[in-house]
Design a protein around this ligand. Structure first.
Ligand code: CAA
Length: 390
């Protein structure tokens, strides 16, 4: 798998290009055929999970020392982008495995990394990320879930909401308040397991898009876990959660990019086939200009996303570049706005057909919408960028 030294700034190496070809073939053969049914039935994309597991693409970011593929941030982006190109729901498997486990990789003890990264790499359990709550969305530090120390254990109580892949994942990174007087500095991060007594899940949310990826509440009712499941020091959980998002907002940019590319590719084929006024509609300049704009925006989003991924990799390797926070937010915000525009235009290009579920572009448009909302709304991204101007 592509390693960190293999690319210069944001130009993918030959190895990255080979990875893209391999993931594209796999996604078209084993994931795309089920994408419409997964959406229609709002069911977990089991076929995608199996295909990703069989090809070791379910959590490519896990370092080699824990049995992972050791993919760099750009390679991870390429995997997510190519899966999202055919099925956004399925792309949440590699994306959320990174989001859920990155707090452990960034801040966890060696023992914690070994304990949880090894099964994740093997495919024995997925990871989810539990930050949001019913009354703490954009204001993440306003969370109420509590973790109270009791001897060599912590006892967790609270409700986490909008948790991607909840119920399917075995492992959960949970942010909880350990010192209510200290706001963000009184939040700590823990690994909670699905099998821990007191963990349960709400009904799946009925969503506009990404219907194949279950979004549920996670209930923590007197969940007693060993103190060594804390990720990093007490009071560092919020900073870890934010540092994680600096890296993983780039994976949402990748998802947005993939959705947009999928919509453009479909629309490009359609306009050559569809005839009106005696010729393919691709021959009309009005249509050509729309396609040119779509491709231009996607390319700009791709360059920003890959540059951010390269930066993420350098920071993860100890490069200490200060503006990853800006780059991650910018890539996510820009690429998701592009995905919304491009998928809406793809529906327009297909006209009435585009508005039906007989064609994939309306699904892509619905799926694109979430990329402007999760891992921080695009309004939050603009706050983050404004506070971290380069
Ligand atoms: N890196 C490291 N530390 C950071 C940080 C970063 N990027 N950002 C903040 N911190 C730390 C700092 O230590 C800061 O303290 P200092 O004063 O010492 O600097 C402390 O956190 C508090 O930071 P802020 O004062 O900036 O906190 P705030 O309360 O004003 O909130 C916010 C800032 C940007 C709005 C933040 O709450 C936020 O990002 N909100 C959105 C939450 C979000 O993205 N949720 C997504 C959930 S996950 C999801 O959606 C996944 C999914 O389903 C796929």
């Amino acid at each position: 798998m592509a390693g960190s030294a293999d690319f210069d700034l944001y130009r993918p190496s030959e190895e990255h290009d080979m990875l893209r070809d391999a993931v594209r073939s796999l996604a078209e053969a084993k994931i795309a055929p089920y994408a419409a049914a997964v959406d229609e039935d709002a069911r977990f994309p089991q076929e995608a999970l199996e295909a990703l597991l069989a090809n070791d693409l379910h959590a490519v970011h896990v370092p080699e020392e824990y049995g992972g593929a050791g993919a760099d941030a750009l390679a991870t982006v390429i995997v997510i982008e190519e899966v999202a190109r055919v099925c956004a729901s399925s792309s949440l498997i590699p994306a959320v495995n990174k989001l859920g486990s990155l707090p452990v990789i960034l801040s966890g003890s060696e023992a914690l990394k070994r304990k949880y990264m090894t099964p994740l790499a093997k495919g024995d359990g997925m990871f989810s990320y539990c930050l949001s709550e019913p009354d703490a969305g954009s204001d993440a530090a306003g969370m109420k879930t509590k973790a109270v120390r009791d001897g060599d254990h912590y006892v967790l109580n609270g409700v986490k909401r909008w948790i991607t892949n909840a119920g399917e994942s075995e492992y959960y990174t949970v942010m909880a308040v350990t010192d209510p007087a200290k706001r963000s500095k009184g939040i700590s991060a823990f690994v909670v397991e699905k099998s821990d007594e007191g963990v349960s899940f709400g009904a799946p949310e009925k969503k506009l898009g990404i219907k194949g990826s279950p979004t549920r509440e996670v209930y923590l009712d007197n969940v007693r876990i060993p103190a060594d499941r804390m990720i990093g020091e007490e009071g560092t959980g919020f900073a870890t959660a934010m540092q994680t998002l600096d890296h993983t907002r780039i994976t949402i940019a990748a998802q947005a990019l993939g959705i947009a590319q999928g919509a453009l590719d479909y629309a490009k084929g359609y306009v050559k086939e569809r005839k009106q006024f005696g010729k393919p509609i691709a021959d009309f300049q009005g249509i050509q200009f729309m396609l040119a704009d779509m491709a231009m925006k996607i390319e700009a989003a791709r360059q920003l996303t890959y540059a951010a991924a390269a930066k993420s990799e350098r920071v993860a390797a100890g490069g200490g570049e200060g503006d990853l926070t800006f780059q991650g937010a910018a890539a996510k915000c820009f690429a998701s706005d592009v995905a919304m525009e491009v998928t809406t235009d793809a529906v327009q290009l297909l006209g009435g057909y585009g508005y039906t579920r007989d064609y994939p572009v309306e699904r892509m448009m619905r799926d694109a919408k979430i990329t402007q909302i999760y891992e921080g709304t695009n309004q939050v991204q603009r706050i983050v960028m404004a506070r971290n101007l380069p």
